[in-house]
Design a protein around this ligand. Structure first.
Ligand code: F6R
Length: 615
């Protein structure tokens, strides 16, 4: 939520800031702004409601000179999207400008004190209090900006990644972090900052991930300085990024979401690279091998996650329980963190998160840690907060996911969970060897089957336009494919704004069947797998008897459901437990094509943001 970017060096800051904002726009897009110390030594603050493109338009006739600046793209929390609430916020004297990602929880108290000391406020945001507080402390204590930021933050309760600049000092940006991500890019005589590395990668691969409660001073003429809030200097570790610029571009696709759907065969291969060896029938997941004893003795696994990652967690439960015979609970991180859960020393908490920054999942990790429970992370963004707070984990290696609706991250999460389940089964000796080998080969075959599955895109594009009339959809699945139904419904909701519900197919009779009539499209995930097939056929009969319109995801070669369904999409045969990795693809494509026909902004759907760093 909210993206921040900053630059100080010898180049013009404006193009770097605007490009950076475009890369971070997935984090929020209801208003945007920037502040520059211009060549005529003015502190210029430009901001507007709307997208980064609106900001570019707004500054057309403005002074955008200067080689130092900060910029922000917002996802509103306190205060509606408006020009006044857009960042940067500037101080009463007009000398300081500040951008912020996060939430200041005690802002009413701080604001009240400042008002009593003669400060007036221009916005309804929690953020503005920070810039006024820093200025107030600078003036009353007679100290410099760096020191004033440190002192101010000792009074602040909440989450923040901030950057502040000062009109009278065009040689320094001061930035700080607590619970919101902040990355510093180290160039040759120039420095960058960003909410993630995407605005930085074009200029340098050397980055430092700022730790909680650290304040950083970036000056043109010297090394960056990192301090904690008690003014103790901290050492910092420079990391070489593995990300490439092409991963952040659309590569010929009209949207990031479509590109990311089509990347899935590649991302799953990357996810399995070095971990799956079919010749030797082995699965090596270092996070599990390194913690073998814990996984051998685990009494229970508790998966915590939100949204799509929670759906992946549900599939993980089926996989781990079935292969490794360990009981698994799957919890919404937001519920887990607030309900005083019963946790045992020999539990393992698995936190799943694409961004690695989701506030509720991070808080769930902290809760588990505080109860001395071993926490394992399944995250995509390398160096993000959750992997840095877990005891061990496995990255999903899906590469940057920029479309706000998660696609390739989901299948990579399911793949890592399948690897965990197999690796645990191996260590715990819960699967007969032939079955284990069969499953390893089955998983290794999935990327090629994904390639086949993606060939249905044009067909889905053609029939999707038929359904744009619909105001509601039902998605049904059983067993491993129940979470796929949930995920299909979520994808449709978030990018087409059509109401959709996912259910276990058998639950339909307990209520949702009342909704079915000739207007209601029902998407049934109905692969030809032994354990559930007959039951799903019965469910389809029940829908057809009530004139519902069935779109069935079937296994290639199935003739029975083909006859019954109004529309069918074929996927290649696969082991039942790995079908979700294929069955979800047509559902992602359906959501995408329906949203396109409805002229929605698929990469940046309304009200959403990629990284939910607020509760
Ligand atoms: C849906 C989607 C969200 C995220 C959720 C968790 O397409 O993207 O539901 O899955 O906000 O995000 P992460 O995985 O970053 O913790």
């Amino acid at each position: 939520m909210c993206g921040i970017v900053g630059y100080i060096g010898a180049r013009d800051a404006y193009p770097i800031l605007i490009k950076g904002l475009k890369r971070l726009e997935y984090r929020g897009y209801d208003s945007a702004g920037l502040a520059l110390v211009t060549n005529s030594d003015q502190l210029a603050v430009y901001k507007t409601k709307g997208k980064v493109a609106d900001l570019e338009h707004y500054v057309l006739d403005k002074d955008i000179t200067g080689s130092m600046g900060i910029a922000h793209t917002r996802w509103a929390t306190h205060g509606e999207p408006s020009d006044a609430n857009a960042h940067p916020h500037y101080s009463q004297s007009g000398h300081l400008a500040l951008i912020h990602n996060g939430i200041i929880e005690n802002y009413p108290v701080l604001k009240e004190n400042l008002v009593q000391n003669g400060y007036t406020f221009r916005s309804n945001t929690d953020t503005e209090v920070l810039v006024q507080l820093i200025e107030y402390i600078m003036f009353t204590h007679g100290i410099d900006l760096f020191h004033a930021v440190q002192l101010s933050l000792t009074q602040v309760v909440g989450a923040y990644a901030i950057a502040v600049i000062e009109r009278n000092n065009p040689n320094a940006i001061v930035a700080a972090r607590k619970s919101s991500p902040l990355v510093i890019g180290i160039g040759e005589g120039e420095y960058f900052l960003g909410s993630d590395a995407s605005p930085i990668i074009e200029y340098t691969k050397k980055v430092v991930y700022v730790n909680d409660d650290e304040v950083v001073c970036l000056r043109r003429d010297r090394e960056p300085q990192f301090y904690n809030l008690n003014r103790v200097e901290k050492s910092h570790r420079i990391i070489e990024l593995e990300m490439t610029l092409s991963q952040l571009e659309k590569g010929g696709y009209p949207h990031f979401m479509l590109k990311e759907i089509f990347e899935q065969p590649h991302t799953i291969r990357e996810c399995m690279r070095g971990r799956v060896n079919v010749e030797h029938n082995s699965i090596t997941l270092s996070g599990i091998i390194d913690n073998r004893e814990r996984f051998l003795k685990a009494r229970r696994i508790i998966i915590v996650a939100c949204g799509t990652s929670w759906h992946a967690g549900l599939i993980g439960k089926y996989l781990i329980e079935s292969f490794a015979r360990v009981p698994v609970e799957v919890e919404y991180a937001s519920e887990f963190r607030y309900r005083n859960p019963v946790l045992y020393d020999d539990d393992i908490v698995v936190a799943i998160s694409q961004s690695g920054e989701t506030a509720d999942t991070l808080a769930a990790v902290e809760l588990a840690r505080s109860r001395n429970v071993f926490v394992y992370g399944v995250c995509n963004v390398v160096g993000s907060s959750i992997p840095r707070r877990t005891h061990s984990g496995s990255y999903t290696h899906a590469g940057p996911e920029i479309g706000v609706a998660s696609t390739k991250a989901f299948t990579a999460q399911v793949t890592v969970l399948a690897l965990m389940a197999l690796c645990m089964a191996r260590e715990r000796k819960t699967l007969p060897q032939p079955e284990f080998e069969h499953l390893v080969a089955g998983l290794a075959a999935i990327p090629a089957k994904m390639e086949e599955t993606l060939q249905v895109s044009d067909f889905i594009k053609k029939f999707s336009c038929i359904f744009t009339y619909a105001h509601n959809f039902i998605y049904l699945g059983r067993g491993y494919n129940f979470p796929v139904a949930l995920e299909g419904a979520l994808k449709l909701k978030e990018i087409s704004y059509i109401h959709a519900e996912g259910y276990p197919a058998a639950e339909m009779k307990h209520g949702p069947i009342a909704l079915i009539d000739q207007e209601m499209p029902v998407v049934v995930v109905a692969p030809n797998n032994k354990s559930m097939y007959e039951k799903v056929v019965s469910n389809i009969h029940e829908i057809k008897a009530r004139k519902g319109r069935v779109v069935a995801i079937i296994t290639r070669g199935d003739t029975v459901i083909k006859e019954m369904a109004d529309y069918f999409i074929e996927i290649p045969p696969a082991e039942e437990c790995f079908v979700p990795l294929l069955a979800v693809i047509p559902l992602q494509l359906m959501a995408y094509h329906i949203a396109i026909v409805k002229d929605r902004n698929v990469d940046q759907p309304r009200n959403l943001a990629k990284s939910v760093t607020v509760e």
